[in-house]
Write a protein that binds this ligand. Structure first.
Ligand SMILES: Nc1nc2c(c(=O)[nH]1)N[C@H]1C(S)=C(S)[C@@H](COP(=O)(O)O)O[C@H]1N2
Ligand SMILES: [Mo]
Length: 249
């Protein structure tokens, strides 16, 4: 029998959820049920896939001639406009939270570190995909430099753009954060990252759906739990529209 990976994962998730259902209902408050099911999906995927496996990479000629921009395509704050006009010379990326050595890095600092280039396919839940080339600093390198605490479980990304008063943010777990294709990208298709794609710095987390790939990143926070942050669901669309925190593909 040939069965798609997604179907198999969904099946496994449902099976495990049925088995564990009684226990969750007894021990977890109702508002934690949804996120527990989310973690079932993640753990079920862990059973059938290798979480260290690489996302497929493509040849330069396979890049999409047109790479759509989605969500925020511009950042309408005076501060961001100033940074853009100034070529992001004073942009700082902070790395903090559960680290022994907090960092504050310029784009030039990042560009002096080891870099990785990859050509990958971006998949948006809205039903489109595009292949592009990304160059950036491996997140694992930054986390090692900052010396993360052993209790840390997630990495949270703060962004410069907002929808109304609500800033965009996202979070990923430590396995995803340490994956070799998880990079803080500052180049796209051989050019400095354009504004609409997240200038000057955006996350590429290649085995996750599009909404995880935070653009306009100003801060990285190493955390133990995201339930007390913003709406408590670990990301902007998770809070606002009920997108799953686990967006593995
Ligand atoms: N800061 C920020 N990051 C974001 C978004 C956004 O609106 N703001 N949109 C997300 C979504 S839904 C997608 S599909 C991708 C789109 O990236 P692109 O504009 O480079 O195609 O960015 C993600 N990261
Ligand atoms: Mo998306």
């Amino acid at each position: 029998m040939i069965i798609g990976r997604r179907k198999l994962i969904a099946g496994l998730g449902a099976g495990i959820a049925l088995g564990g259902c009684q226990k969750i209902l007894e021990t977890e408050p109702a508002d934690r049920l949804a996120s527990s099911l989310d973690l079932f999906t993640r753990d079920a995927q862990r059973l059938v896939t290798d979480r260290n496996a690489l996302a497929r990479e493509y040849a330069p000629e396979e890049r999409s001639p047109e790479f759509r921009a989605n969500g925020s395509r511009t950042v309408d704050t005076p501060e961001y406009r100033r940074h853009l006009a100034n070529g992001f010379a004073d942009w700082r990326l902070s790395v903090g939270g559960m680290v022994a050595r907090p960092l504050s890095l310029s784009i030039a600092d990042l560009q002096q570190m080891p870099a990785r280039t990859q050509i990958t396919r971006h998949d948006c839940v809205e039903g489109w995909s595009a292949i592009g080339q990304w160059t950036g600093t491996p997140l694992s390198h930054l986390l090692q430099l900052a010396r993360i605490n052993g209790r840390a479980r997630y990495v949270l990304f703060r962004c410069a753009d907002s929808f109304g008063d609500t800033p965009y943010y996202e979070s990923i777990d430590m396995i995803e954060a340490m994956h070799p294709q998880t990079i803080m990208a500052w180049r796209m298709n051989g050019q400095p990252l354009p504004e609409r794609h997240g200038a000057p710095l955006r996350l590429r987390v290649e085995r996750q759906l599009g909404y995880k790939h935070a653009k306009y990143v100003t801060g990285i926070e190493v955390i133990e739990d995201f339930r007390s942050i913003a709406g408590g669901k670990g990301g902007f669309w998770e809070d606002r529209a009920g997108y799953q925190w686990w967006a593995g593909i």
